[in-house]
Design a protein around this ligand. Structure first.
Ligand code: SF4
Ligand code: SF4
Length: 201
């Protein structure tokens, strides 16, 4: 009965834009930058994208907020790449971006990037989140189980320690960093291609 009613009348889950005041819209999309970023991402006129959580309180252009992935040690092979993803304490937003890598829009298989359910088959450990007490042993074990050569790529401001007291690098060696809170799928792909030693335009 509810299905038939929904099909006939439609189902509204939000009253936007009818019930959103201009004030609320301005809060979401302000025109002026704050004098100081509340999260410390803008200091002395310099922008640190690692600390930016995309709260939109300022007007820093999105392109500047995202920054580029940094990878120190690309792997010594350039064909397929197997990735084990580990959430060590996320808000789940990074996970959702990682999940999109398998959607038709991004389809990482076409780039010879494959996710594995076990670190034993992985070339890259992809980690997101602030390491929690319960996940630190899991993080270390996953790293130990990976065959050589192996690399660790961390995602987002949490894993890098910009938003947390701990960072992934405190527990396992880190080879690369993908910025953003959360990073976009394109940034994650860029980081993975760089780890694989493939050139990125
Ligand atoms: S969008 Fe980023 S830089 Fe701008 S106020 Fe928010 S955290 Fe700071
Ligand atoms: S980096 Fe941002 S999006 Fe990713 S887990 Fe941390 S708070 Fe969430």
């Amino acid at each position: 009965m509810w299905i038939i009613r929904g099909l006939r009348k439609g189902v509204l889950t939000s009253e936007y834009p009818k019930r959103v005041s201009e004030e609320e819209l301005l809060f979401s999309f302000p025109l002026e930058a704050p004098a100081e970023c509340p999260f410390g991402a803008v200091e002395d006129g310099r922008f640190d994208y690692r600390k930016c959580i995309n709260c939109r309180l300022c007007n820093v252009p999105f392109g500047q907020k995202t920054g580029l992935s940094e990878v120190k040690n690309p792997l010594p092979f350039r064909k397929s790449l197997h990735v084990f993803f580990l959430d060590v304490g996320t808000c789940h937003a990074c996970n959702r971006e990682v999940a999109l890598l398998h959607s038709p829009n991004y389809d990482v298989h076409r780039l010879k990037i494959f996710f594995t359910p076990t670190p034993k088959h992985a070339d890259v450990l992809l980690v997101a989140g602030c390491p929690t007490d319960g996940m630190i042993p899991v993080l270390k074990e996953a790293y130990e189980l990976m065959p050589e050569p192996k690399r660790v790529l961390v995602l987002g401001s949490c894993a890098n320690g910009a938003l947390c007291d701990r960072k992934v690098e405190d527990f396992v060696p880190v080879d690369g960093y993908v910025p953003g809170c959360p990073p976009s799928p394109v940034q994650i792909i860029e980081g993975l291609l760089k780890v694989a030693g493939r050139d990125v335009e």
